[in-house]
Design a protein around this ligand. Structure first.
Ligand code: F0G
Length: 482
């Protein structure tokens, strides 16, 4: 916490919680990591957790829950219809978002599915600051077009701009002129963003985009999956909001939107998701689809225990001591890596630390997936698993041509309250070693390539015998250390 001073040593991020339940983790010897990686086809999604030391793949469903959430789960009202647990969540959504109509769903992408199904007619455009993989998938399935309107600075991996997730207002204006407002299904703001380094969106930008949408009668939608980090950054970085409470910032943000949806796995440290609507007609259309795709309105395809824990988790997004925990650890790890000259995305954002594979491995062409190669190399030398956020996470176009990402990043997610500072120091040490030995890392190629969301199940091979050389050097430098 910022307001707690250290007198005799450099301040470090201080947790305002203590561990009461822990899980044992295991660092395999390097030769076993080599075997595990081969078996997983150079794809960390196919590793078992017993083969992973620090699992930084995601924060989705892996943030540590709090005692109050677990307690609430025991009070759940198990019922197919009319569960009192749903009423608690419904009331919490109304209170926090200030929006009257709510449906739960089994996770964030289920919300995207329902929204795209109801709001997109074939050929319509969905404008957004930046896509998330599942959002893009659902827009395409509904035969919609995607327009990404991120401000140019958002693509700059080395920046000091505090809000790189902002939408470009001019580009939005142009798009509306070109297509006509009736051809725009909705404008979606992802706050914070995911694929461009967890970068936040400013309140001012959220408000300005809302003004434009209202002027043209276009629906304005918030993907609030990463809102807790974004709330923290608005309070920290936006002068006009510095003296406001998180609750008031939340209110002001939500007041701008017609529709707000979220992944409960991310926002509330539990499971599930949900959509809040200002407009009753949209709500009714989605609500009527719910029993076909999710389940009845009062459980939304998940256990009512999770509905209880979502309600508590939502309340926690207003507690600065909780929502700062991810960002301050990410900032610490980013700064330690920068001190060692390792290329990382700046400024530090939410969700995780993002290694910039383009600058880390400049000799690997995008056709050989530099961020994926970096990912495998990091697993081999540390047992750390992250997630590729670059060209491998894009699918080929309809002609089978590669679509190269504008940024090739390796995301090392820091799920809230899960890792300690010693874990961060271990990660920084191994990443720095890898950076010093980066010329040993070469690319990957597909052995088996699924057509959609290929990064989940695809299998890859190294382009030459670089992994053996990297492991030999590891043994030379680290001796018999794990
Ligand atoms: N929107 C954003 C911004 C997300 O980050 C995610 C998930 C979703 C929607 C979909 O939600 O997983 O509950 O279906 N992000 C996860 C990640 C998967 O690892 O970043 P979901």
């Amino acid at each position: 916490m910022k307001e707690i001073k250290f007198l005799y040593q450099k301040a470090v991020p201080l947790e305002m919680h203590k561990a009461r339940i822990i899980q044992k983790i295991n660092l395999l010897p390097v030769d076993e990591r080599v075997k595990a990686n081969q078996k997983a086809g150079n794809n960390a999604h196919l590793l078992k957790t017993s083969q992973v030391f620090l699992d930084m793949l995601t924060d989705s469903g892996t943030n540590a829950m709090i005692d109050r959430q677990l307690g609430a789960m025991m009070e759940a009202d198990d019922a197919y219809a009319g569960s009192a647990s749903f009423d608690k969540l419904d009331a919490k959504v109304r209170e926090l978002f200030g929006i009257d109509y709510f449906v739960p769903a089994h996770q964030g992408r289920a919300c995207e599915h329902l929204l795209c199904r109801v709001l997109i007619k074939p050929g319509m455009t969905v404008a957004m600051n930046h896509h998330f993989t599942t959002t893009k998938g659902h827009v395409k399935l509904a035969k919609g077009e995607l327009a990404e309107l991120l401000k140019e600075e958002g693509w700059n991996a080395r920046s000091s701009c505090p809000f790189k997730g902002d939408m470009d207002l001019e580009k939005l204006g142009q798009l509306i002129m070109e297509k006509g407002p009736e051809q725009i299904a909705f404008v979606r703001m992802e706050a914070g963003t995911n694929l461009i380094g967890g970068q936040p969106v400013s309140y001012e930008n959220i408000r300005q985009v809302g003004k434009i949408c209202r002027k043209h009668g276009i629906k304005y939608m918030l993907d609030a999956s990463l809102l807790s980090d974004n709330l923290y950054f608005i309070k920290e970085r936006e002068e006009s909001c510095r003296r406001m409470s998180i609750r008031d910032i939340m209110k002001k943000i939500c007041a701008c939107f017609d529709i707000i949806y979220f992944s409960g796995r991310k926002l509330t440290s539990s499971r599930g998701g949900g959509i809040a609507f200002r407009n009753e007609d949209d709500y009714i259309k989605v609500r009527n689809l719910l029993p076909v795709y999710e389940g009845f309105l009062t459980y939304g395809g998940i256990s009512v225990r999770e509905i209880e824990s979502m309600a508590v988790g939502l309340e926690e997004t207003l507690d600065e001591n909780f929502i700062c925990q991810g960002p301050i650890f990410i900032e610490e790890m980013t700064n330690l890596l920068l001190q060692n000259q390792v290329p990382v995305v700046t400024p530090p954002g939410g969700l995780g630390v993002h290694l910039d594979a383009t600058r880390f491995l400049p000799n690997i062409p995008q056709s050989q997936y530099p961020a994926a190669a970096l990912h495998v190399a990091l697993y081999l030398c540390s047992g750390i698993r992250g997630t590729e956020r670059g060209s491998l996470s894009e699918d080929r176009d309809e002609n089978g041509k590669e679509v190269y990402a504008k940024m090739d990043l390796l995301r090392l997610a820091l799920p809230r309250r899960v890792f300690s500072l010693s874990h961060i120091h271990f990660a920084v040490d191994r990443i720095t070693w890898l950076y010093k030995n980066r010329e040993l890392v070469h690319g990957l190629r597909f052995e088996e390539e699924p057509e959609t969301l290929r990064f989940f199940f695809g299998r890859l091979l190294p382009v030459d015998d670089w992994q053996k050389k990297l492991v030999d050097k590891f043994k030379e430098d680290f001796g018999d250390s794990l």
